[in-house]
Design a protein. Structure first.
Length: 398
């Protein structure tokens, strides 16, 4: 509750002062603006109170205190009545105002935006635009007697001011005439642009038809050329066409795979040029303690071309994101750490088979209930029956 609420002198008034000490167990201050609560709302996540206006300012953001992503709050009517019933002094007590009353009546006493009001110590702007803020009790005298911009009764001064106003009026008339002419010119330009736009629209439609016909004619030839040159081009790159981190892949047919126990692995990738070869397993039905409730994600080491030059057992941290398909933010991220406490079967060198028999990762990577569209957070991980993942980085320790 801003101390200058509803008035024009917010930078001049003092803080709210209570007549009686407020019980320490009574929560009356907002945890965001640190002022007395205005329309107090109670959060469901951590049980703190915030002003309604403060909550609106942080809408669609985590809770400012507990960082819960689902910030929800309801009006605490009982606390509102209690706060409104607290006895307070006038904000101009230090200037001599003796008024005391309930907090809900304070704004009615001050009427800070009106010339007429109960509190004589409220600061108001002079109507002569002299820039001064004058107490209500002295305002009339200031405007009539002491204000340097008060209306003059001197006939010569009045005539001079009338002449100046007439000159200003003539200047404004000339400006209006110029603006009208400019507006007419702009309207003519807009009309011509509309005609040009119609012509361009027709030309674009014709060009689209021509491009479509050309594309259909050239498609077989382009496919043949692509097949001829794909392999040489891949071999010309330093990676030899291998997939490197960061690496994106798509898990499709989500609904069908949830009911099908078959194993699903992404295509292999390398952590770095001449690095470790890995792949990722996605279990949409969940594994271990995530079975039935979560999507599980595990990383597997594979037999690679450069294993003789690498350090074993594998030590590093792999970061994987489940991508938000509404916008490029709020991706769900988990890190899997292959460290000294990781069981050997997950991080040793693979020699006899192409892929390790067991993977290391997160059985509780993400709850299945969080995959669907959340309009408040603007998040949707499952879209068109697909999940999109990204291997963001692999940080090696050895």
């Amino acid at each position: 509750m801003s101390s200058g609420e509803g008035g024009t002198e917010s930078e001049y008034v003092e803080s709210i002062e209570f007549v009686n000490p407020v019980p320490p167990e009574l929560e009356i201050y907002c945890s965001i603006c640190l002022d007395v609560l205005n329309e107090p709302h109670l959060t469901q996540c951590c049980g703190h109170h915030f002003c309604l206006s403060c909550l609106n300012a942080v809408k669609r953001k985590p809770c400012p205190l507990c960082k819960d992503q689902h910030l929800k709050a309801v009006l605490n009517k009982g606390l509102k009545r209690t706060i409104n019933g607290l006895k307070v002094y006038c904000m101009h007590k230090s200037r001599g105002c003796p008024w005391t009353g309930e907090l809900k009546d304070l704004s009615g006493h001050m009427q800070a935006d009106k010339r007429e009001g109960e509190c004589p110590y409220v600061l108001l702007k002079c109507i002569n635009d002299c820039g001064e803020m004058i107490q209500r009790l002295s305002l009339q005298n200031h405007e009539d007697v002491t204000c340097p911009k008060r209306p003059s009764s001197n006939p010569l001064e009045i005539a001079r001011r009338v002449q100046a106003l007439e000159a200003e009026n003539e200047s404004l008339k000339a400006t209006v005439t110029q603006l009208k002419r400019a507006n007419m010119t702009n309207e003519q330009i807009i009309a011509q642009l509309k005609l040009d736009l119609k012509s361009c629209t027709v030309d674009i439609a014709i060009l689209k038809q021509q491009m479509l016909a050309m594309a259909q004619d050239d498609l077989p030839r382009l496919v043949t050329l692509n097949n001829q040159f794909t392999t040489p081009v891949e071999e010309s790159f330093p990676t030899g066409g291998k997939r490197l981190v960061p690496y994106d892949f798509v898990f499709d047919n989500y609904a069908r795979r949830c009911s099908n126990p078959e194993l699903w692995f992404c295509s292999p990738f390398y952590t770095h040029p001449n690095g470790y070869k890995m792949c990722v397993r996605i279990a949409p039905q969940g594994l271990g303690n995530g079975e039935g409730t979560h999507v599980s994600v595990h990383s597997y080491l594979m037999k690679g071309e450069h294993d003789d030059m690498l350090m074993w057992p594998f030590r590093g941290a792999i970061t994987i994101q489940l991508l938000n398909q509404l916008k490029d933010e709020c991706h769900h991220e988990q890190m899997t750490d292959f460290n000294d406490r990781t069981p050997e079967q997950y991080c040793r060198r693979v020699t006899q088979v192409d892929r390790a028999g067991q993977g290391w990762g997160k059985s509780l990577f993400i709850a299945k209930s969080e995959l669907h569209h959340d309009p408040i957070r603007q998040v949707q991980y499952l879209k068109d029956d697909c999940l999109k993942f990204r291997v963001v980085s692999v940080a090696l320790r050895n």
